[in-house]
Design a protein around this ligand. Structure first.
Ligand SMILES: Cc1ncc(COP(=O)(O)O)c(C=O)c1O
Length: 415
């Protein structure tokens, strides 16, 4: 088989592809596996009851279901859903937006594929532009989306030690270099994998740096406010004509609906719609069909505030408590959990790499994600990259407890 460069890049085994395989294999193996890897949100029965009710209403209403499954939406996405999202964001945050500021994609992952390749890679003027990630660790799903190699440049963070065994990553603004070769800046907030929430001050600085250098600031709000609102700090959402905010229905509990939402200047929205048309004619309509009425009525806000956020907050607190008990005597640190659905564990003097720890844990039926995957664009050697693991804490208490106990045993046995 003779593949193109595109074929060789996208069809090779990527970090994310390998992890998805591990998840699939582990789930197929059955109940003894402690699944603390992957990014699947939890099944929250009260939340799922809302989706079920909405699906039942869709089926019961005359012609609604048939329209949802039987017609393509426009390439920008379902118009009624887009109107509902625009209205919600105007009311909640006072953002000056209308339907022309919003496009849907097949999951926000597709939005990142489109956006990163719009702004990074070889340009007609000869400049090979990059996406700047101001701070790593950053989301693994970005790593392989470039149509050309090496579309990221990124920086090491500053590490602030907090009380107890907590720490927090901070953007190191002294090291941030925005040259002509930067096409856009991107941050996830809350961050996957660390649960970090960049402070308002950090965001405002990034915003003014982006504006003064004439590049967009992409904010990945997959876990953020107003939905699914898995955010435990008082962070202020940011939007203006230079920002591109990406949201998703996935962490609300609808990952299979594959619905991503991009909020940006109309020029960018038109480019997303054009790319949607080429790649897939139109984004899927089932997610919008199920969620539109909840967004229109504001039900999604109450669900996020009263069910989803407290659910994950309790899970995070529980996992931290279990780590405190199981890891006693080990040298560990936890990134302060400010949002998202993960704990980021830093094992500073571990004599094996996090990849080797991952392999040992897999043999014992515990799946985590080794930290080295989360440094896209960070070329420099840094031992920290091999000292961390990501733990998804959204499983049931027994699984989390058992998984963390085995992790602690393996960490202690490594010395
Ligand atoms: C930070 C972040 N951004 C984007 C995504 C992509 O989500 P989706 O394509 O399901 O909207 C994920 C998924 O885990 C994520 O964690």
């Amino acid at each position: 088989m003779k593949l193109s460069r595109f074929g060789e890049r996208l069809a090779k085994t990527s970090g994310i592809g390998r992890l998805m395989d591990d998840l699939g294999t582990a789930i197929a193996q059955g109940c003894e596996v402690c699944m603390l890897g992957g990014g699947n949100p939890a099944h929250i029965p009260e939340v799922e009851a809302h989706f079920r009710r909405s699906a039942e209403q869709l089926l019961a209403a005359d012609g609604l279901f048939e329209r949802a499954i039987g017609e393509y939406d426009p390439p920008q996405g379902n118009a009624a859903f887009i109107d509902a999202v625009a209205c919600l964001l105007r009311e909640q945050f006072g953002w000056d937006i209308a339907a022309e500021n919003i496009a849907l994609t097949n999951g926000s992952q597709s939005a990142f594929f489109i956006l990163f390749n719009l702004f990074a890679g070889p340009s007609a003027g000869g400049v090979d532009r990059k996406i700047l990630l101001p701070l790593t660790p950053e989301y693994i799903g970005y790593s392989d989306v470039g149509l050309t190699e090496d579309i990221f440049v990124s920086n090491r963070p500053q590490i602030e030690h907090l009380d107890g065994r907590f720490f927090k990553y901070k953007v190191d603004f002294d090291k941030l270099k925005i040259t002509d070769a930067i096409g856009a800046i991107c941050v996830s907030r809350p961050t996957n994998p660390t649960g970090n929430v960049l402070t308002d001050c950090e965001m405002n600085k990034l915003d003014s740096l982006a504006r003064s250098n004439g590049v967009p600031l992409i904010i990945d709000n997959a876990y953020g406010t107003p939905f699914p609102n898995i955010i435990f700090t008082d962070a202020k959402p940011l939007f203006n004509a230079n920002t591109i905010v990406c949201m998703s229905l996935s962490k609300l509990g609808l990952p299979a609906a594959r619905t991503g939402i991009v909020i940006a200047d109309p020029k960018i929205i038109r480019m997303i719609a054009e790319t949607n048309a080429v790649m897939s004619l139109a984004p899927g309509g089932m997610g919008p069909a199920i969620a539109a009425s909840m967004i229109r009525s504001g039900e999604v806000l109450a669900m996020s505030r009263d069910m989803i956020r407290p659910f994950y907050k309790a899970k995070a607190d529980f996992a931290v408590d279990v780590i405190g008990a199981e890891f006693a005597g080990a040298n560990y640190h936890i990134h302060t959990p400010e949002g998202a659905i993960f704990l980021w564990l830093w094992l500073a003097d571990l004599p094996i790499t996090s990849m080797e720890l991952y392999e040992r844990l897999k043999r014992r039926g515990v799946i985590v994600v080794p930290g080295n995957y989360f440094f896209p664009g960070l070329a420099e050697a840094w031992s920290h990259k091999n000292q961390c693991i990501r733990i998804n804490y959204s499983a049931d208490a027994r699984t989390v407890e058992r998984g963390l106990r085995i992790i602690a045993e393996e960490v202690k046995a490594a010395f």
